[in-house]
Design a protein around this ligand. Structure first.
Ligand code: LLP
Length: 429
Protein backbone atom coordinates (compact mmCIF):
# COMPACT_ATOMS: atom_id res chain seq x y z
CA UNK A 1 0.00 0.00 0.00
CA UNK A 2 1.18 3.49 -0.46
CA UNK A 3 -0.02 5.99 2.08
CA UNK A 4 -0.98 8.84 -0.27
CA UNK A 5 -4.71 9.44 -0.35
CA UNK A 6 -7.31 12.19 -0.61
CA UNK A 7 -8.95 13.17 2.64
CA UNK A 8 -11.63 15.89 2.54
CA UNK A 9 -10.56 16.84 -0.99
CA UNK A 10 -6.88 17.23 -0.13
CA UNK A 11 -3.97 14.93 -0.79
CA UNK A 12 -2.37 13.52 2.35
CA UNK A 13 0.72 11.47 3.02
CA UNK A 14 -0.29 9.29 5.96
CA UNK A 15 -1.99 11.87 8.23
CA UNK A 16 -0.18 14.93 6.99
CA UNK A 17 -1.69 17.30 4.41
CA UNK A 18 0.86 17.85 1.65
CA UNK A 19 -0.18 21.50 1.44
CA UNK A 20 1.23 22.03 4.94
CA UNK A 21 4.61 20.61 3.95
CA UNK A 22 4.70 22.74 0.80
CA UNK A 23 3.84 25.86 2.80
CA UNK A 24 6.63 25.30 5.30
CA UNK A 25 9.38 23.86 3.11
CA UNK A 26 8.49 25.21 -0.32
CA UNK A 27 8.58 23.23 -3.56
CA UNK A 28 9.95 21.16 -5.20
CA UNK A 29 10.18 18.75 -2.28
CA UNK A 30 10.34 14.97 -2.07
CA UNK A 31 7.97 13.53 0.54
CA UNK A 32 8.40 9.93 1.74
CA UNK A 33 6.02 7.79 3.78
CA UNK A 34 7.65 5.76 6.53
CA UNK A 35 4.65 3.42 6.71
CA UNK A 36 4.89 2.62 2.99
CA UNK A 37 8.63 1.98 3.13
CA UNK A 38 8.35 -0.36 6.09
CA UNK A 39 5.21 -1.99 4.69
CA UNK A 40 7.04 -3.13 1.58
CA UNK A 41 10.17 -4.14 3.45
CA UNK A 42 8.27 -6.25 5.98
CA UNK A 43 6.01 -7.85 3.38
CA UNK A 44 9.03 -8.93 1.39
CA UNK A 45 10.77 -10.29 4.51
CA UNK A 46 7.64 -12.24 5.37
CA UNK A 47 7.21 -13.65 1.86
CA UNK A 48 10.82 -14.85 1.87
CA UNK A 49 10.61 -16.22 5.44
CA UNK A 50 11.20 -19.86 4.37
CA UNK A 51 14.64 -18.78 3.15
CA UNK A 52 15.45 -16.57 6.10
CA UNK A 53 16.76 -14.27 3.39
CA UNK A 54 18.62 -11.05 3.94
CA UNK A 55 16.98 -8.00 2.39
CA UNK A 56 19.84 -5.74 1.30
CA UNK A 57 18.36 -2.37 0.40
CA UNK A 58 19.77 -0.95 -2.85
CA UNK A 59 21.18 2.34 -1.56
CA UNK A 60 21.33 3.92 -5.03
CA UNK A 61 17.53 4.00 -5.21
CA UNK A 62 17.14 6.45 -2.31
CA UNK A 63 20.23 7.23 -0.33
CA UNK A 64 19.20 9.83 2.26
CA UNK A 65 20.72 8.83 5.60
CA UNK A 66 17.30 9.05 7.31
CA UNK A 67 15.95 6.38 4.95
CA UNK A 68 19.08 4.24 5.39
CA UNK A 69 18.76 4.63 9.16
CA UNK A 70 15.14 3.45 8.98
CA UNK A 71 16.21 0.38 7.02
CA UNK A 72 19.08 -0.29 9.43
CA UNK A 73 16.74 -0.08 12.43
CA UNK A 74 14.66 -2.84 10.90
CA UNK A 75 17.61 -5.11 10.26
CA UNK A 76 18.23 -4.50 6.56
CA UNK A 77 21.52 -5.11 4.84
CA UNK A 78 22.69 -2.80 2.05
CA UNK A 79 23.58 -3.22 -1.60
CA UNK A 80 26.16 -0.53 -2.34
CA UNK A 81 27.96 0.52 -5.52
CA UNK A 82 30.52 3.09 -4.39
CA UNK A 83 32.70 4.22 -1.51
CA UNK A 84 30.29 7.14 -1.11
CA UNK A 85 27.37 4.79 -0.55
CA UNK A 86 29.37 2.85 2.03
CA UNK A 87 30.17 6.13 3.79
CA UNK A 88 26.45 6.98 3.81
CA UNK A 89 25.56 3.59 5.32
CA UNK A 90 28.12 4.00 8.09
CA UNK A 91 26.97 7.59 8.80
CA UNK A 92 23.36 6.39 8.90
CA UNK A 93 24.15 3.84 11.61
CA UNK A 94 23.96 0.89 9.21
CA UNK A 95 26.03 -2.23 9.74
CA UNK A 96 28.91 -2.16 7.24
CA UNK A 97 29.30 -5.91 7.83
CA UNK A 98 25.95 -6.27 6.05
CA UNK A 99 27.06 -4.43 2.89
CA UNK A 100 27.58 -6.13 -0.44
CA UNK A 101 29.51 -4.00 -2.88
CA UNK A 102 28.73 -4.29 -6.62
CA UNK A 103 29.78 -2.18 -9.62
CA UNK A 104 32.13 -2.63 -12.57
CA UNK A 105 34.55 0.18 -11.71
CA UNK A 106 35.64 0.05 -8.08
CA UNK A 107 38.78 2.16 -7.54
CA UNK A 108 41.76 1.04 -5.40
CA UNK A 109 40.84 3.67 -2.78
CA UNK A 110 37.26 2.38 -2.65
CA UNK A 111 38.45 -1.24 -2.33
CA UNK A 112 40.77 -0.31 0.54
CA UNK A 113 38.02 1.64 2.31
CA UNK A 114 35.59 -1.28 1.95
CA UNK A 115 38.18 -3.70 3.38
CA UNK A 116 38.83 -1.34 6.30
CA UNK A 117 35.09 -1.13 6.95
CA UNK A 118 34.80 -4.94 6.97
CA UNK A 119 32.04 -5.27 4.38
CA UNK A 120 30.26 -8.60 3.95
CA UNK A 121 31.38 -9.14 0.37
CA UNK A 122 32.57 -7.61 -2.90
CA UNK A 123 30.38 -8.58 -5.84
CA UNK A 124 33.09 -8.73 -8.46
CA UNK A 125 32.39 -7.98 -12.10
CA UNK A 126 35.58 -9.06 -13.94
CA UNK A 127 38.78 -11.12 -13.67
CA UNK A 128 40.83 -7.92 -13.64
CA UNK A 129 38.87 -6.70 -10.62
CA UNK A 130 39.42 -10.03 -8.80
CA UNK A 131 43.14 -9.60 -9.35
CA UNK A 132 43.08 -6.00 -8.15
CA UNK A 133 41.19 -6.91 -4.96
CA UNK A 134 43.57 -9.80 -4.35
CA UNK A 135 46.60 -7.50 -4.65
CA UNK A 136 45.14 -4.81 -2.37
CA UNK A 137 44.04 -7.35 0.25
CA UNK A 138 47.51 -8.93 0.14
CA UNK A 139 49.17 -5.57 0.70
CA UNK A 140 46.85 -4.90 3.65
CA UNK A 141 47.47 -8.37 5.07
CA UNK A 142 43.81 -9.39 4.95
CA UNK A 143 41.61 -11.79 3.01
CA UNK A 144 38.94 -10.11 0.89
CA UNK A 145 35.48 -11.71 0.78
CA UNK A 146 34.36 -11.99 -2.85
CA UNK A 147 31.47 -13.28 -4.96
CA UNK A 148 31.57 -13.14 -8.72
CA UNK A 149 28.56 -11.59 -10.39
CA UNK A 150 27.26 -14.03 -12.97
CA UNK A 151 25.64 -12.71 -16.11
CA UNK A 152 23.08 -15.40 -16.95
CA UNK A 153 22.19 -13.98 -20.39
CA UNK A 154 18.48 -13.79 -19.66
CA UNK A 155 16.07 -11.32 -21.26
CA UNK A 156 14.56 -9.19 -18.47
CA UNK A 157 11.86 -7.56 -20.60
CA UNK A 158 12.47 -4.06 -19.26
CA UNK A 159 13.87 -0.78 -20.64
CA UNK A 160 17.19 -1.33 -22.43
CA UNK A 161 19.04 1.09 -20.11
CA UNK A 162 18.11 -0.95 -17.04
CA UNK A 163 18.63 -4.43 -18.48
CA UNK A 164 21.79 -5.89 -16.94
CA UNK A 165 21.71 -9.66 -17.39
CA UNK A 166 22.40 -10.02 -21.12
CA UNK A 167 25.82 -10.87 -22.53
CA UNK A 168 26.04 -7.53 -24.32
CA UNK A 169 25.64 -5.63 -21.00
CA UNK A 170 28.77 -4.51 -19.17
CA UNK A 171 27.74 -6.27 -15.97
CA UNK A 172 28.97 -9.53 -14.49
CA UNK A 173 30.87 -12.41 -16.05
CA UNK A 174 29.51 -14.82 -18.65
CA UNK A 175 27.78 -17.81 -17.09
CA UNK A 176 30.00 -20.29 -18.98
CA UNK A 177 33.22 -18.80 -17.55
CA UNK A 178 32.27 -18.71 -13.86
CA UNK A 179 33.44 -22.14 -12.77
CA UNK A 180 36.87 -21.74 -14.34
CA UNK A 181 37.25 -18.33 -12.72
CA UNK A 182 36.52 -19.72 -9.23
CA UNK A 183 39.02 -22.52 -9.89
CA UNK A 184 41.63 -20.01 -11.05
CA UNK A 185 40.99 -17.77 -8.05
CA UNK A 186 41.19 -20.67 -5.60
CA UNK A 187 44.55 -21.64 -7.09
CA UNK A 188 46.20 -18.30 -7.88
CA UNK A 189 44.64 -15.57 -5.75
CA UNK A 190 45.45 -16.43 -2.12
CA UNK A 191 44.15 -13.21 -0.59
CA UNK A 192 40.54 -13.87 -1.60
CA UNK A 193 37.84 -15.70 0.33
CA UNK A 194 35.38 -17.17 -2.20
CA UNK A 195 32.28 -16.39 -0.21
CA UNK A 196 29.32 -16.37 -2.59
CA UNK A 197 27.75 -15.92 -5.99
CA UNK A 198 25.69 -12.96 -7.16
CA UNK A 199 23.47 -11.91 -10.05
CA UNK A 200 21.11 -9.06 -10.96
CA UNK A 201 19.31 -9.22 -14.30
CA UNK A 202 17.69 -5.80 -14.45
CA UNK A 203 15.34 -3.32 -12.86
CA UNK A 204 11.59 -2.64 -13.07
CA UNK A 205 10.76 -6.21 -14.13
CA UNK A 206 7.01 -6.72 -14.29
CA UNK A 207 6.92 -10.44 -15.04
CA UNK A 208 8.13 -13.30 -12.87
CA UNK A 209 9.37 -15.43 -15.79
CA UNK A 210 12.82 -13.81 -16.22
CA UNK A 211 13.54 -14.14 -12.48
CA UNK A 212 12.51 -17.77 -12.53
CA UNK A 213 14.49 -18.49 -15.67
CA UNK A 214 17.60 -16.88 -14.16
CA UNK A 215 17.43 -18.59 -10.75
CA UNK A 216 16.73 -21.96 -12.39
CA UNK A 217 19.72 -21.50 -14.65
CA UNK A 218 22.10 -20.33 -11.93
CA UNK A 219 21.00 -22.44 -8.92
CA UNK A 220 22.92 -25.57 -10.06
CA UNK A 221 26.04 -23.44 -10.45
CA UNK A 222 25.59 -22.09 -6.92
CA UNK A 223 25.22 -25.66 -5.66
CA UNK A 224 28.43 -26.69 -7.41
CA UNK A 225 30.35 -23.71 -6.02
CA UNK A 226 29.11 -24.57 -2.55
CA UNK A 227 30.33 -28.13 -3.02
CA UNK A 228 33.74 -27.21 -4.48
CA UNK A 229 34.62 -24.00 -2.65
CA UNK A 230 32.25 -23.87 0.33
CA UNK A 231 30.55 -20.64 -0.72
CA UNK A 232 27.99 -19.50 1.83
CA UNK A 233 25.60 -17.17 0.00
CA UNK A 234 23.74 -16.61 -3.26
CA UNK A 235 22.42 -13.12 -4.00
CA UNK A 236 19.73 -12.96 -6.64
CA UNK A 237 19.82 -9.14 -6.93
CA UNK A 238 16.90 -6.76 -7.03
CA UNK A 239 14.64 -5.72 -9.86
CA UNK A 240 11.05 -6.36 -8.77
CA UNK A 241 9.01 -3.70 -10.56
CA UNK A 242 6.31 -1.44 -9.17
CA UNK A 243 3.07 0.01 -10.50
CA UNK A 244 3.58 3.48 -11.94
CA UNK A 245 0.21 3.93 -13.61
CA UNK A 246 -3.02 4.52 -11.77
CA UNK A 247 -1.52 3.95 -8.38
CA UNK A 248 -4.01 6.48 -7.05
CA UNK A 249 -7.39 7.00 -8.69
CA UNK A 250 -10.65 8.44 -7.46
CA UNK A 251 -9.60 8.97 -3.90
CA UNK A 252 -8.53 5.42 -3.14
CA UNK A 253 -5.12 4.26 -2.21
CA UNK A 254 -4.58 0.59 -2.60
CA UNK A 255 -1.95 -2.03 -2.09
CA UNK A 256 0.56 -1.19 -4.75
CA UNK A 257 0.42 -4.56 -6.39
CA UNK A 258 -2.43 -6.70 -5.15
CA UNK A 259 -5.04 -5.15 -7.41
CA UNK A 260 -2.89 -4.99 -10.49
CA UNK A 261 -1.89 -7.57 -12.99
CA UNK A 262 1.75 -7.10 -12.26
CA UNK A 263 4.43 -8.92 -10.47
CA UNK A 264 3.44 -9.04 -6.82
CA UNK A 265 5.70 -9.76 -3.86
CA UNK A 266 3.87 -13.04 -3.36
CA UNK A 267 4.15 -14.14 -6.99
CA UNK A 268 7.85 -13.39 -6.89
CA UNK A 269 8.45 -15.23 -3.63
CA UNK A 270 6.33 -18.24 -4.60
CA UNK A 271 8.36 -18.62 -7.79
CA UNK A 272 11.88 -18.29 -6.42
CA UNK A 273 11.61 -19.84 -2.94
CA UNK A 274 11.20 -23.48 -4.09
CA UNK A 275 14.26 -23.20 -6.36
CA UNK A 276 16.43 -21.54 -3.73
CA UNK A 277 15.42 -23.37 -0.55
CA UNK A 278 17.08 -26.72 -1.38
CA UNK A 279 20.44 -24.99 -1.92
CA UNK A 280 20.88 -24.50 1.82
CA UNK A 281 22.70 -21.24 1.11
CA UNK A 282 22.27 -17.83 2.75
CA UNK A 283 20.05 -16.01 0.23
CA UNK A 284 20.28 -12.26 -0.34
CA UNK A 285 17.87 -10.05 -2.29
CA UNK A 286 18.70 -6.46 -3.23
CA UNK A 287 15.50 -4.51 -3.77
CA UNK A 288 15.49 -0.75 -4.14
CA UNK A 289 12.48 0.41 -6.14
CA UNK A 290 10.14 -2.15 -4.53
CA UNK A 291 10.82 -0.68 -1.09
CA UNK A 292 10.84 3.06 -1.78
CA UNK A 293 9.35 3.61 -5.25
CA UNK A 294 5.71 4.03 -4.28
CA UNK A 295 6.70 5.53 -0.93
CA UNK A 296 7.84 8.87 -2.37
CA UNK A 297 6.16 11.79 -4.08
CA UNK A 298 7.67 14.85 -5.67
CA UNK A 299 5.61 17.89 -4.71
CA UNK A 300 5.76 20.75 -7.19
CA UNK A 301 3.97 24.03 -7.92
CA UNK A 302 2.45 25.04 -11.24
CA UNK A 303 4.15 28.29 -12.28
CA UNK A 304 2.49 29.11 -15.58
CA UNK A 305 0.15 27.79 -18.18
CA UNK A 306 1.06 28.30 -21.81
CA UNK A 307 -1.44 27.55 -24.52
CA UNK A 308 0.42 27.07 -27.79
CA UNK A 309 -0.71 26.28 -31.31
CA UNK A 310 0.02 22.58 -30.98
CA UNK A 311 -0.10 21.97 -27.26
CA UNK A 312 -0.96 23.21 -23.82
CA UNK A 313 1.94 23.31 -21.38
CA UNK A 314 1.69 23.36 -17.63
CA UNK A 315 5.04 24.73 -16.50
CA UNK A 316 6.06 23.57 -13.04
CA UNK A 317 8.89 24.33 -10.64
CA UNK A 318 10.38 20.81 -10.82
CA UNK A 319 12.48 19.78 -13.79
CA UNK A 320 14.48 16.93 -15.22
CA UNK A 321 17.25 17.85 -12.77
CA UNK A 322 14.84 16.88 -9.96
CA UNK A 323 13.37 13.77 -11.62
CA UNK A 324 15.15 12.49 -14.70
CA UNK A 325 13.22 9.23 -15.21
CA UNK A 326 10.74 10.52 -17.84
CA UNK A 327 13.59 12.06 -19.89
CA UNK A 328 15.98 9.14 -19.55
CA UNK A 329 13.75 6.06 -19.65
CA UNK A 330 10.46 7.50 -20.90
CA UNK A 331 9.33 6.67 -17.37
CA UNK A 332 5.66 7.27 -16.59
CA UNK A 333 4.76 8.93 -13.28
CA UNK A 334 1.17 9.62 -12.36
CA UNK A 335 0.71 13.36 -11.68
CA UNK A 336 -2.25 14.50 -9.62
CA UNK A 337 -3.40 17.75 -8.03
CA UNK A 338 -2.97 18.20 -4.30
CA UNK A 339 -6.42 19.82 -4.06
CA UNK A 340 -8.77 17.25 -5.56
CA UNK A 341 -10.26 18.28 -8.91
CA UNK A 342 -13.57 17.03 -10.31
CA UNK A 343 -12.87 14.01 -12.52
CA UNK A 344 -14.36 15.78 -15.57
CA UNK A 345 -12.10 18.82 -15.39
CA UNK A 346 -9.13 17.29 -17.17
CA UNK A 347 -7.25 18.76 -20.10
CA UNK A 348 -4.63 17.31 -22.36
CA UNK A 349 -1.26 18.91 -21.65
CA UNK A 350 2.47 18.48 -21.34
CA UNK A 351 3.81 18.97 -17.84
CA UNK A 352 7.22 20.56 -18.26
CA UNK A 353 9.96 21.96 -16.07
CA UNK A 354 12.07 25.14 -16.23
CA UNK A 355 15.21 23.47 -17.70
CA UNK A 356 16.43 24.63 -21.10
CA UNK A 357 15.98 21.30 -22.87
CA UNK A 358 13.05 19.97 -24.86
CA UNK A 359 13.57 16.68 -23.02
CA UNK A 360 12.61 18.43 -19.79
CA UNK A 361 9.13 17.04 -19.28
CA UNK A 362 7.50 15.02 -16.55
CA UNK A 363 4.51 14.04 -18.73
CA UNK A 364 3.59 14.47 -22.37
CA UNK A 365 0.16 14.46 -24.03
CA UNK A 366 -1.37 13.52 -20.70
CA UNK A 367 -4.96 14.01 -19.48
CA UNK A 368 -4.28 16.04 -16.34
CA UNK A 369 -6.20 18.16 -13.88
CA UNK A 370 -6.58 21.67 -15.28
CA UNK A 371 -4.27 23.23 -12.69
CA UNK A 372 -3.39 26.92 -12.79
CA UNK A 373 -0.49 28.98 -11.49
CA UNK A 374 -0.02 28.45 -7.77
CA UNK A 375 -1.70 25.04 -7.66
CA UNK A 376 0.28 22.15 -6.18
CA UNK A 377 0.85 18.90 -8.05
CA UNK A 378 2.11 15.57 -6.75
CA UNK A 379 4.30 13.42 -8.98
CA UNK A 380 3.68 9.93 -7.61
CA UNK A 381 5.91 6.87 -7.28
CA UNK A 382 9.01 9.04 -7.32
CA UNK A 383 10.67 7.57 -4.22
CA UNK A 384 13.16 5.41 -6.12
CA UNK A 385 15.75 6.91 -8.46
CA UNK A 386 14.11 10.30 -7.94
CA UNK A 387 16.12 12.48 -5.61
CA UNK A 388 19.09 10.11 -5.81
CA UNK A 389 19.47 10.88 -9.54
CA UNK A 390 18.87 14.60 -9.20
CA UNK A 391 21.50 17.16 -10.19
CA UNK A 392 22.31 20.85 -10.18
CA UNK A 393 21.87 21.20 -13.95
CA UNK A 394 20.97 24.75 -14.96
CA UNK A 395 22.37 25.72 -11.54
CA UNK A 396 19.19 24.71 -9.80
CA UNK A 397 19.55 23.95 -6.10
CA UNK A 398 18.57 20.38 -5.24
CA UNK A 399 15.20 20.01 -3.61
CA UNK A 400 14.39 19.34 0.03
CA UNK A 401 13.36 15.91 1.35
CA UNK A 402 10.79 15.19 4.04
CA UNK A 403 9.91 11.97 5.88
CA UNK A 404 6.34 11.57 7.14
CA UNK A 405 5.55 9.36 10.11
CA UNK A 406 1.84 9.23 11.02
CA UNK A 407 0.79 12.79 11.77
CA UNK A 408 4.30 14.17 12.09
CA UNK A 409 6.99 14.93 9.56
CA UNK A 410 10.69 15.78 9.55
CA UNK A 411 12.91 17.65 7.16
CA UNK A 412 15.56 15.05 6.27
CA UNK A 413 17.41 17.21 3.75
CA UNK A 414 17.23 20.96 3.55
CA UNK A 415 16.89 22.64 0.20
CA UNK A 416 20.20 23.71 -1.28
CA UNK A 417 20.96 27.41 -1.48
CA UNK A 418 22.67 29.34 -4.26
CA UNK A 419 25.76 29.43 -2.04
CA UNK A 420 25.77 25.62 -1.98
CA UNK A 421 25.95 25.71 -5.77
CA UNK A 422 29.41 27.31 -5.80
CA UNK A 423 30.75 25.49 -2.72
CA UNK A 424 34.26 24.26 -3.53
CA UNK A 425 34.65 26.36 -6.68
CA UNK A 426 37.37 28.99 -6.97
CA UNK A 427 38.72 31.56 -9.39
CA UNK A 428 42.48 31.15 -10.16
CA UNK A 429 44.51 34.05 -8.73
N1 LLP B 1 21.32 -4.80 -7.29
C1 LLP B 1 22.11 -4.32 -8.27
C2 LLP B 1 23.42 -4.94 -8.50
C3 LLP B 1 21.68 -3.24 -9.05
O1 LLP B 1 22.46 -2.78 -10.03
C4 LLP B 1 20.41 -2.65 -8.80
C5 LLP B 1 19.93 -1.52 -9.59
C6 LLP B 1 19.64 -3.17 -7.75
C7 LLP B 1 20.11 -4.26 -7.03
C8 LLP B 1 18.30 -2.61 -7.37
O2 LLP B 1 17.37 -2.71 -8.39
P1 LLP B 1 15.81 -2.39 -8.11
O3 LLP B 1 15.33 -3.40 -7.09
O4 LLP B 1 15.72 -1.02 -7.58
O5 LLP B 1 15.18 -2.54 -9.42
N2 LLP B 1 17.69 4.47 -12.50
C9 LLP B 1 16.87 3.39 -13.03
C10 LLP B 1 17.12 2.09 -12.33
C11 LLP B 1 18.58 1.69 -12.28
C12 LLP B 1 18.81 0.41 -11.52
C13 LLP B 1 20.27 0.19 -11.30
N3 LLP B 1 20.59 -0.99 -10.56
C14 LLP B 1 15.40 3.82 -13.00
O6 LLP B 1 15.11 4.91 -12.55
O7 LLP B 1 14.54 3.08 -13.45
Amino acid sequence: MHAFSYQHGELYCENVALTNIAQEVGTPVYVYSKETILGHFLRLKEALAPLNAEVAFAVKSCSNIAILNLMAQHGAGFDIVSGGELFRVSKAGGDTAKCTYAGVGKTPAEIRYALEQGIYCFNVESIAELEAINAIAGAMGVKAPVAVRVNPNVEAGTHKYITTGKSENKFGVDFELILDIYRMAAKDLPHLHLKGLQMHIGSQLTQVTPFLEAVKKVAPLAAQLKEEFGIEFFSIGGGVGIVYKESLESGESKWWNDDCEQLTIDTYAKAVVPVLEPLGLHIIVEPGRLIVGNAGTLLTTCLYEKIGKAKTFKIIDAGMNDLIRPALYEGHHQIIPVKEFPADSKVQADIVGPICESGDFLAQNREVADVKAGDLLAVLSAGAYGFSMSSNYNSRPMSAEVLVDGDTWSLIRKRQTWNDLIEGESIPQ
